[in-house]
Design a protein around this ligand. Structure first.
Ligand SMILES: C[S@@+](CC[C@H](N)C(=O)[O-])C[C@H]1O[C@@H](n2cnc3c(N)ncnc32)[C@H](O)[C@@H]1O
Length: 284
């Protein structure tokens, strides 16, 4: 992730109240702040963050989506859709497509990406835990790098809401940022520095610098960057939280990223296994 200065956005751009006709949800820690932060980064999101659907990325979620039978009869929701990189694949294929994000500026970018196809999509400017009116209606829920609220109480509440939004034979497909992949990158950076002849203390400093450790809380799995505070996940936590939220089956896989200039030292690590995020398929 690269640090860039970004322009601010009006606080009023983030919805504070539930829409008329929907039950208001209680105050959720960090929601307003993080909603605003995501909103203000919408304009430059695509240049600041890695895209899990970029052609060079191996993403098992795409095959899982292709495997959904009779998509024209199904409702799919892209939860935390952001600027909408997944939406073009869903529009026109699934019978009903919901694109949800609590940052209106993200939804505006997603609409612009879709052009005329946006007319067939239901856009929801709200938080992902606020799904009461979708209870039991979704065949497929998707969350790609959007289960990132830094407070795990919000994550647990969101996962319970997603579980409740699914039909009994529905499926939840997700990608979450991998904390252990940062440890892996650190190991490779450390080995490289030692191979270059640095003393251990200096090698550690170099690895920490290039691995951008100043942005991470490794113990609690968090990443803080440009005002965004994001949860990073260990694989055991993916299983733990999905099971705790009531999912009966959880299968993990990896989204694999090419070694390129977006990761420090990428060119030197081309012979090593690729870095990853965690993907999962969870069933109620
Ligand atoms: C890292 S971006 C990923 C966007 C998109 N899914 C993608 O693959 O590019 C995270 C997105 O999730 C949204 N988001 C994060 N937490 C959310 C929440 N609790 N409710 C609704 N949207 C949320 C943010 O506004 C942002 O657009």
């Amino acid at each position: 992730m690269r640090a860039q200065s970004v322009s601010g956005t009006k606080k009023s751009d983030v919805p504070e109240q539930a829409k008329p006709g929907r039950k208001a949800v209680g105050r959720v820690p960090g929601l307003q702040d993080q909603g605003r932060q995501w909103n203000r980064h919408a304009a430059r999101y695509d240049e600041l963050f890695l895209d899990a659907f970029h052609p060079g990325v191996e993403n098992p979620l795409l095959a899982a989506l292709d495997a959904v039978p009779e998509p024209a009869r199904r409702t799919v929701a892209d939860l935390g859709c952001g600027t909408g990189p997944l939406l073009p694949r869903l529009a026109g294929r699934f019978g009903r497509v919901v694109a949800l994000d609590f940052a209106p500026a993200m939804l505006a970018r997603a609409k612009a990406r879709l052009g005329d196809a946006a007319a067939g999509i239901i856009f929801e400017a709200r938080a992902m835990h606020d799904l009461d009116d979708y209870a039991g209606q979704l065949d497929v829920a998707v969350a790609v790098n959007s289960l990132v609220m830094p407070d795990v109480r919000v994550i647990d509440r969101t996962l319970r809401a997603i579980r409740a939004s699914l039909r009994p034979d529905g499926v939840f497909l997700g990608v979450v940022p991998a904390m252990d992949a940062i440890h892996y990158h650190t190991m490779l950076l450390m080995d490289r520095a030692l191979d270059q002849g640095l003393a251990p203390e200096e090698a550690e400093r170099t690895a920490a610098f290039h691995g951008e450790h100043e942005y991470y809380d490794f113990a609690f799995g968090r990443f803080q960057f440009l005002g965004l505070r994001q949860k990073f996940w260990q694989p055991f936590e993916v299983r733990h939280r999905l099971t705790k939220a009531g999912f009966s089956s959880v299968e993990l896989d990896q989204v694999l990223y090419p070694w390129d200039e977006s990761l420090a030292g990428g060119a030197d690590f081309a012979d090593h296994p690729r870095s990853w995020d965690w993907s999962f398929v969870a069933r109620p």
